[in-house]
Design a protein around this ligand. Structure first.
Ligand code: ACO
Length: 384
């Protein structure tokens, strides 16, 4: 437990506030949203249901679920201004979809006439609209950069299925939609992680909802956080063959290179999300008849259980690890993966923004000053 004088690098172990949204039990490898076990939600819930749970605090009734599903479907289309931004942005190899998402979300603030409204109902309204639109932004950019026209949302489809539809141009098999839905459910919320805490800090200054989300996206894209799924997939592609896994790990450890998708600040045992995603990645790979990437991931995972380096440091696969081969097998390029993470985590960010606003006080910690003691000012002409 921390107190006011605690100085800890990376704020490790510091309790920075209270929250009723999710419980992460790192030693036990347990995660629950609003008291519901993540395994039950992953097996039974749609992303829309989890979004409702996170924002309103309770699972929806059938009619409440129908209402939120309809709201999301009605709001998927982008305003013209956002589509124009998407069309003019550069589309080379250096432009990451997460940066495009950040830019377009920021532009959406400029066409919201009620942008600064931080009343609860107004924030919920903005959160639902943005949750509906983010997949449209990501899918449209994925197509535009391949010189293909964006595909309009299909309002007969649920959230995950519609994203695959907008990307592929055809209604996806139910199993693919289920796998992506499971990913969206598992990545939706994780307490005071870096991006969520960023959103809380921005919100605490009474800035607007979009600014908080843009800040969260900026924080998410880092490779220590939500950028790790892309790097994990790039690592698996570099490994290339299941027989290369052991020499790859030996070389990585000898050169102090981190294995991406491994390790976690809070989980010191198997990340419960990784266990669920392992299962989905296997199902999708086996159905598609290509288990190469899943096999590589699993071999790395197995080695991490027995290798003393990982055992001593309690390093296990995290949520990013199996999401990489899962999303790749579903047809997403590695650089799209951080943006997909944002499409899910918008739900948790929004819940935390609402919670912060409910009992707000500006977040402003102290620093331990380690610079020079007070000294006399040296006029410019006397400085050497
Ligand atoms: N590969 C190899 N070694 C690692 C890894 C890794 N992935 N992660 C941690 N270590 C080692 C460190 O080198 C360090 O070893 P040392 O004590 O010999 O110096 C030790 O484990 C502790 O590492 P820290 O960096 O202090 O751990 P911290 O809690 O600060 O970092 C983090 C956690 C950032 C997730 C880290 O494990 C990491 O970089 N992982 C790879 C990136 C990743 O997958 N990020 C996604 C996390 S999940 C999420 O944000 C959605």
């Amino acid at each position: 437990m921390s107190d006011a004088t605690t100085r800890t690098k990376g704020l490790e172990g510091v309790v920075a506030g209270s929250s009723s949204i999710s419980l992460v039990e790192g030693a036990e490898g347990r995660l629950s949203y609003r008291g519901y076990r993540i395994q039950d939600l992953a097996a039974n819930s749609s992303f829309e249901e989890v979004l409702y749970l996170l924002i309103y605090g309770e699972l929806p009734t059938a009619s409440q679920l129908g209402q939120i599903e309809m709201t999301l479907r009605e709001r998927r289309a982008l305003p013209d201004a956002a589509t124009s931004v998407l069309r003019v942005l550069p589309k080379g190899d250096k432009q990451e979809p997460i940066d495009v998402l950040r830019t377009v979300v920021s532009s959406l603030a400029l066409v919201d006439p009620d942008v600064d409204n931080t009343e609860r109902d107004a924030v919920i309204d903005k959160a639902l609209t943005l949750a509906a639109r983010m997949p449209t932004i990501v899918a449209a950019y994925a197509r535009l950069r391949e010189s293909k026209e964006p595909i309009a949302p299909n309002n007969d489809l649920g959230h995950a299925a519609n994203l695959l539809y907008m990307l592929r141009g055809e209604v996806p098999p139910e199993e693919d939609a289920k796998a992506l839905n499971t990913y969206f459910v598992l990545a939706a919320e994780h307490s005071f992680n870096a991006s969520t805490f960023t959103a809380k800090i921005v919100t605490s200054t009474l800035s607007d909802y979009y600014s908080a989300i843009v800040g969260a996206i900026c924080s998410l894209k880092g490779v220590s956080h939500g950028g790790a799924n892309q790097k994990a997939m790039e690592m698996m592609l570099e490994v290339g063959d299941v027989n290369n896994v052991e020499p790859f790990i030996d070389h990585a450890l000898a050169t102090k290179r981190r294995l991406m998708g491994m390790g976690h600040r809070i989980y010191k045992t198997y990340d419960p999300r990784a266990a669920q995603l392992n299962e989905q990645a296997r199902i999708v790979a086996e159905r598609g008849g290509n288990t190469k990437w899943y096999d590589i991931a699993q071999r790395i995972d197995n080695i991490s259980h027995t290798h003393p380096y990982f055992a001593e440091r309690k390093i296990y696969p995290n949520v990013e690890f199996y999401s990489a081969p899962l999303l790749y097998t579903l047809g997403f390029k590695p650089d799209m993966m951080p943006a997909l993470f944002a499409c899910s985590r918008i739900s948790g960010w929004s819940a935390h923004i609402l919670e912060q606003l409910q009992d707000n006080r500006i977040i402003r910690p102290n620093a331990e000053y380690i610079g020079p003691a007070i000294r006399d000012y040296t006029p410019l002409e006397d400085r050497r």
